[in-house]
Design a protein around this ligand. Structure first.
Ligand SMILES: Cc1cc2nc3c(=O)[nH]c(=O)nc-3n(C[C@H](O)[C@H](O)[C@H](O)COP(=O)(O)OP(=O)(O)OC[C@H]3O[C@@H](n4cnc5c(N)ncnc54)[C@H](O)[C@@H]3O)c2cc1C
Length: 495
């Protein structure tokens, strides 16, 4: 790359582009485990990535205890006693997450004296950072690695407007604008089938909107994880292990793909809002059973494909139209969420491209990758320990993610140094927790462990077979790759 002489150079061992959950978790572990100098740069004014633009009622959908950076706990370790998450580990709000990342930056990374933070800078393909405030350009040079922590490209409604036409006079709001809207509506129309749409539905119900006054345009149904099973703390250890055993038993006994998902649903591992509709989407969204019960109160669900246009008196969809009015409030919940690019090696010479190395675990994966970077030299060895796990899109991805995660975990289990780090990692709560439980030698725990040992092998074998023999219709992504794949499938529309 040609260096323009008039551009000042800013050099560090690592240049991390993107200060979202991934860039921050990487920086935190690199600073903790090496003596390297790090530049972190982001277009946004604050660290935290997409959370800075999220709607006011957003929360994590997985527990706070496994989110954030490895060095600093997020949240107080509370079990919620009220609301739809009662009885489960707390879920940080968007505001709490932003404050947390700001604190990590101000109280930990910057005081290390080895981190330079460039907010409000756009990085172009030549590696130049341009200030979005004064236009000053700086050439960034990475002595060891250039870290591209921008893969997620997370899209939220406030930054990515609707991809359908909205006629003049129609009220079409983002979830953020919905909270600021002060006029009574003749009815609410939610557009989207992903997590943002679910959050919006719950918010409306919580604010006393009659479920019959809500129309929910859900082009597709999603499989949802049951939050009760992803609680990595001592009080839930038995439940977590029971869920793992049930998962493998479902896999071992499944006679076909539909049968697998039926078994996972019967074991309350996966759930769906409408049990009469076959899901075609899986994006790792997590809901509690109480939230699910609320969502099911909305009966007016429109399944006529994606919205093409909202006009004053009708909504035009791919497969039909429905009536609306100028007095209805339409809520656009159809931003992309988590698009995924093509999988690629994490370590690529001068470049490092963080991706998931365990299913649906952005924070853990980034910290783990940074730990390998800090402690191992051999590039091949590092890549072998963290083969990327895809960001899921369709139900079949549930199997793919499981199998790839298992492959990685098997390799980790064969290395004492990696196991030791996992045991101490805040973001990988299960290894340490399960070892503590093992030491207590509680008979119920021992029995569960022995069941797990019996079913794990056959379960994985059956999953691999189901994946191998899956019909082409279950794998639409085989035909296209990367971003085109998402756009073709309309997957950018939902989360
Ligand atoms: C509503 C919602 C709820 C979620 N809940 C959970 C949860 O409970 N648990 C969980 O594990 N995961 C959850 N996720 C997923 C997870 O939080 C996100 O995947 C994660 O925050 C993504 O972090 P990121 O750093 O990869 O991406 P982002 O947050 O998108 O950050 C990328 C950053 O890169 C910057 N950037 C991009 N290009 C450039 C450039 N050229 N120059 C400068 N800067 C650039 C962007 O400005 C951005 O700040 C949730 C996601 C959403 C949308």
């Amino acid at each position: 790359m040609e260096i323009k002489m008039h551009e000042p150079i800013l050099e560090a061992d690592y240049v991390i582009v993107g200060a979202g959950a991934v860039g921050m978790a990487l920086a935190d572990t690199l600073v903790a485990e090496t003596s390297a100098k790090v530049v972190i740069v982001d277009r946004r004014a604050k660290p935290g990535g997409h959370w800075n633009d999220a709607y006011p009622f957003v929360r994590l959908h997985g527990p706070s205890v496994t989110y954030g950076v490895n060095s600093t706990p997020l949240g107080s370790g509370r079990i919620d006693t009220v609301g739809l998450n009662a009885g489960l580990n707390e879920l940080a709000s968007g505001a709490e997450i932003c404050a947390y990342y700001d604190r990590v930056m101000q109280d930990s990374l910057l005081p290390s004296g080895r981190v330079t933070w460039l907010p409000l800078h756009d990085v172009d393909e030549s590696g130049t950072a341009t200030s979005l405030v004064n236009g000053q350009r700086r050439r960034l040079v990475a002595g060891r690695r250039w870290v591209d922590a921008t893969q997620a490209d997370t899209q939220v409604p406030s930054t990515h407007g609707p991809r359908f036409a909205v006629a003049h006079g129609v009220t079409c709001l983002t979830p953020t604008e919905l909270t600021q809207w002060r006029q009574p509506a003749a009815g609410h129309v939610i557009v989207g089938g992903g997590k943002t749409a679910m959050d919006t539905a719950l918010w409306l119900l919580e604010h006393g909107v009659d479920p019959d006054a809500i129309t929910w345009i859900r082009p597709r149904e999603a499989w949802l994880l049951n939050r009760a099973n992803v609680q990595p703390t001592a009080a839930f250890a038995h439940q977590a292990l029971t869920a793992m055993v049930a998962e493998f038993e479902a896999a071992r006994d499944a006679t076909s793909l539909p049968d697998l998902f039926a078994r996972l649903e019967a074991a309350r591992l996966l759930q769906r809002i409408d049990p009469t509709v076959q899901p075609t989407m899986y994006r790792c969204a997590i809901v509690s059973e109480a939230e699910l019960a609320q969502l099911r109160r909305i009966k007016n669900v429109v399944r006529l494909g994606h919205v093409r246009a909202i006009e004053i008196d009708r909504i035009v969809l791919e497969h039909g139209e429905i009536a609306t009015s100028a007095r209805h409030v339409h809520v656009h919940c159809s931003a992309g969420g988590l698009p995924r690019g093509p999988l690629q090696p994490v370590f690529q010479g001068q470049r490092l491209v963080p991706q998931y190395v365990r299913r649906c675990s952005p924070s853990f994966s980034a910290a783990f990758i940074a730990h390998l970077e800090a402690t191992l030299d051999d590039e091949q060895e590092k890549n072998a320990l963290c083969e990327p796990v895809l960001v899921p899109r369709v139900p079949l991805d549930w199997l793919r993610m499981h199998l790839q995660t298992a492959k990685n975990q098997l390799r980790w289990s064969q290395r004492a140094d990696v196991q030791d780090w996992l045991r101490r990692s805040r973001l990988e709560a299960y290894t340490g927790l399960f070892e503590r439980m093992q030491r207590e030698a509680d008979p119920a725990w021992v029995a569960l462990q022995s069941r797990l040992k019996q079913v794990r092998g056959p379960g994985y074998e059956r999953l691999a077979e189901l994946l191998r023999t899956a019909p082409a219709s279950a794998k639409p992504e085989a035909r296209v790759t990367g971003r085109a794949m998402f756009e073709q499938a309309g997957a950018l529309e939902t989360r």
